[in-house]
Design a protein. Structure first.
Length: 358
C-alpha cells in the first residue's frame, strides 16, 4: 500500500477559473502563467486543462516541456533568454521572448537565427526588478525594429508591484507611466497580473496575465479565492495513520512544545515539510478530518503532523484528511503560517503524486 498523500488537481476548477478571467476581462487576450511547474500543480496537467491564447513561463526548460507535450499555443519566456546559446532553440520552437535589458538586444544583433523572434519589451514602471527605464524605451525600440532577428510588431509589458493592495495608488501610477511612455508606439500591451485583472479593470489592455487566480487562490491578502468567485484547483490530501489516547501533561512532538491539557485523543497524519506542508505552521492551524475542522498541535515534522481530536472522538486510522483545498482555503493556511498561498502551492514536493480529476 502506498503512502496516503496526494495533491488532487481539479481540471474543472482550472477551467472555471480561466472562464472567470475571460468574464472579468472580456476584451483582452489571456496569457496563462504556468511557471514553477504550474504553481505546483504540474505544468503539463495545467496546460492540458486550460485553453488560453498563450502561456507564460519563466525559462526555456519550461517552454520545451510544453512543446514536447504537444502544446501549440504561443509561449512567452517571461524572463527572456539567459544566454545566446538558447536562441536557436527559441527560434526553432517559435517561442516569444521578453527583452528587459540592453545586453539582450546586443546579443540579438550579433547572432544568426533560422527565423526572427517575437519580442516583448518589458518596461520598468515602478517594480524595479526587470525592465528598461521609460526614458530608454524609444532607443530600445529603434534598435529592435532595426534588428533582423526581431519579428514586428514589438509587444510591450510591465509588471505591477502592489496590485494586491486595492486601496494603494501605486498601480494607477504605474499604469499611467506605462501608457504615457508608449504613447503612440504601435504594438500590443500587457500589464495586468491577477491583482490588476481583478482590481484595476482599466489596466486590462490587449493581454492579461493571470497567475495565482487560475489556481483558485486570491491575489489579495484579506480575501480567499471564493470571495472573488474562484475555485481551488488543488486539494492536498492524506489520512490518519495513528490515533493515540494521550494523558494530561504528555508532550507532543519534537521539543515537547505542546502539552496535553487533559486526557485526549491525538491523531497522526501522513504529511510533513518533506511533502511541502509548511514547517512553521503553528498549533491551531486548521486541518479537516472527515470534513470536520480540528487543530494542528506540536511541531510539523518531515513526514507527519499531529492533530487534536477532542472534537472528533470517533476518528480512526484511515480517516480522510484535507490540508487545504476543497473546504479549507489555502489562503487560510498561509495566514496561519505567515506566508502566502503562492509559496504553499509551489513548494509541494515531487514525492507527492499529482492526481488529475475531471
Amino acid at each position: 500500500m502506498t503512502r496516503p498523500v496526494e495533491a488532487r488537481i481539479h481540471m474543472r476548477a482550472l477551467a472555471h477559473n480561466l472562464a472567470r478571467v475571460r468574464a472579468v476581462a472580456p476584451h483582452s487576450r489571456v496569457m496563462a502563467v504556468i511557471k514553477a511547474d504550474g504553481y505546483g500543480h504540474g505544468i503539463r496537467n495545467v496546460a492540458r486543462a486550460l485553453d488560453p491564447d498563450a502561456y507564460g513561463v519563466a525559462c526555456l526548460e519550461e517552454a520545451l516541456c510544453l512543446r514536447e507535450a504537444g502544446i501549440a499555443q504561443p509561449i512567452v519566456l517571461l524572463e527572456g533568454f539567459f544566454a545566446a546559446a538558447e536562441l536557436p532553440l527559441i527560434a526553432q520552437h517559435d517561442l516569444d521572448v521578453v527583452i528587459h535589458h540592453l545586453q539582450q538586444v546586443e546579443t540579438l544583433e550579433r547572432v544568426t537565427l533560422s527565423a526572427p523572434l517575437k519580442v516583448w519589451l518589458k518596461i520598468d514602471t515602478g517594480m524595479h526588478r526587470l525592465g528598461v527605464r521609460p526614458e530608454a524605451v524609444n532607443g530600445m525600440v529603434e534598435r529592435l525594429n532595426a534588428c533582423r532577428n526581431v519579428q514586428p510588431p514589438i509587444a510591450y509589458m510591465t509588471h505591477f508591484a502592489r496590485a494586491d493592495a486595492r486601496d494603494e495608488a501605486t498601480t494607477a501610477s504605474q499604469w499611467a507611466l506605462f501608457t504615457q511612455t508608449l504613447n503612440s508606439l504601435p504594438g500590443p500591451r500587457s500589464a495586468a497580473n491577477s491583482g490588476g485583472l481583478l482590481g484595476w479593470p482599466e489596466t486590462h489592455a490587449d493581454w492579461v496575465r493571470p497567475g495565482i487566480m487560475l489556481y483558485g487562490a486570491s491575489p489579495y491578502a484579506d480575501l480567499d479565492g471564493s470571495d472573488v468567485r474562484l475555485e481551488p484547483a488543488m486539494t492536498l490530501c492524506s489520512r490518519l495513520i495513528a490515533v493515540s489516547a494521550l494523558r494530561r501533561g504528555d508532550a507532543v512532538g519534537y521539543g515537547g512544545t505542546w502539552i496535553c491539557p487533559e486526557d485526549m485523543p491525538v491523531g497522526v497524519v501522513a504529511i510533513g515539510y518533506g511533502d511541502g506542508y509548511p514547517r512553521h505552521a503553528p498549533a491551531g492551524t486548521p486541518v479537516l478530518v472527515n470534513g470536520q475542522r480540528v487543530s494542528l498541535i506540536g511541531r510539523v515534522s518531515m513526514d507527519m503532523i499531529t492533530v487534536d481530536l477532542r472534537t472528533l472522538a470517533q476518528a480512526q486510522v484511515g480517516d480522510s484528511v484535507v490540508l487545504w483545498g476543497e473546504g479549507l482555503p489555502v489562503e487560510e493556511i498561509a495566514r496561519h503560517a505567515e506566508t502566502i498561498a503562492y509559496e504553499l502551492l509551489c513548494k509541494i514536493t515531487p514525492r507527492v503524486p499529482r492526481v488529475m480529476l475531471t
